[in-house]
Design a protein around this ligand. Structure first.
Ligand SMILES: Nc1ncnc2c1ncn2[C@@H]1O[C@H](COP(=O)(O)OP(=O)(O)OP(=O)(O)O)[C@@H](O)[C@H]1O
Ligand SMILES: [Mg+2]
Length: 267
């Protein structure tokens, strides 16, 4: 068993301790222990199928929505067990928002894309203001301010993704989880979203899954490298190999597997 190295993190927002995740009877990820610090960006990297999305989804209990998914071990948010009795997963997802690989605006107006979630969450303030502030924070206000009544689906992919980020921000989460948020975007939109992440980091804790190594080095403060090993039955089980400041993971990793992966010599 590999015991992953771990950076010294003094303040923790999210923590997994000996996390195992199963889909049905197969173990998908084993023994992940890691701490996410506040107002930093943590990148999850590693080959396909090593469990990056699986671990990410445990942070806001979206795995609950997958039939057969089961979690062992602990996931805590400010020390509180996210899977504890009486914890409302809807409230968890309000405080820990998520942005997906494929931009998924609601088939509603740009305005309603922001207002809808806020309204169901009981937002009582000035809705026009919230819409504008959220769109501004997501760096898309100038592009959409004259067409707020038009459908969110009429925007370009990069704009849709920033709209989805605005939607996530509007419900004032503390953490934003991003699963390959730029993989469907062109390089210019990608850079735009990366700049946005740097701005958002002042206020939010961000965990991003990415296959783009340059992106991990550009945006993240810490990087967690996951890998997978094949079992005798032919299944793959993911695990955390190394977690460290991004600069160290890319320039001076402790594990040979990390070195091979970040230098593109893998397999
Ligand atoms: N909904 C699901 N039902 C059953 N098994 C799943 C499900 N989602 C993921 N798995 C399995 O869990 C393991 C980890 O998958 P996961 O999607 O977390 O990997 P990943 O690192 O995000 O990969 P990728 O880089 O391709 O997105 C894989 O073996 C996968 O087949
Ligand atoms: Mg994934």
């Amino acid at each position: 068993m590999v015991n992953a190295s771990h950076p010294t993190i003094t303040e923790t927002v999210l923590r997994t301790k000996n996390l195992n995740v199963y889909y049905g009877s197969s173990l998908a990820v084993r023994d992940v222990s890691l701490d996410i610090p506040p107002r930093q960006i943590v990148a999850f990297i590693g080959p396909s199928g090593c469990g990056k999305s699986t671990v990410l989804r445990c942070f806001n209990r979206t795995n609950d929505l997958i039939p057969g998914a089961r979690v062992e071990g602990k996931v805590t948010f400010h020390g509180k067990d996210l899977y504890g009795k009486g914890v409302d997963p809807v409230e968890v997802r309000r405080r820990i928002g998520m942005v997906f690989q494929k931009p998924n605006p609601f088939p509603k107006s740009i305005y309603e894309n922001i207002a809808f979630g806020a309204r169901i969450n009981g937002y009582k303030g000035n809705m026009d203001e919230l819409v504008e502030t959220s769109l501004r924070k997501a760096a898309i206000w100038d592009e959409v301010k004259d067409k707020l009544k038009q459908s969110g689906l009429g925007l370009s992919g990069g704009q849709q993704q920033r709209l989805c980020i605005a939607r996530a921000i509007a419900i004032e989460p503390e953490v934003i989880l991003m699963d390959e948020p730029c993989s469907a975007l062109d390089p210019i939109s990608t850079l735009r979203v990366e700049e946005l992440m740097q701005e958002l980091k002042e206020q939010y804790t961000i965990v991003i899954v990415t296959h783009n190594m340059q992106q991990a080095t550009r945006v993240s403060d810490y990087t967690a490298f996951y890998n997978a090993e094949a079992t005798e039955g032919g299944n793959k089980i993911g695990y955390l190999v190394e977690y460290a400041p991004t600069e160290q993971v890319f320039n001076n990793p402790m594990e040979q597997a990390t070195r091979d992966y970040v230098s593109g010599r893998f397999g």
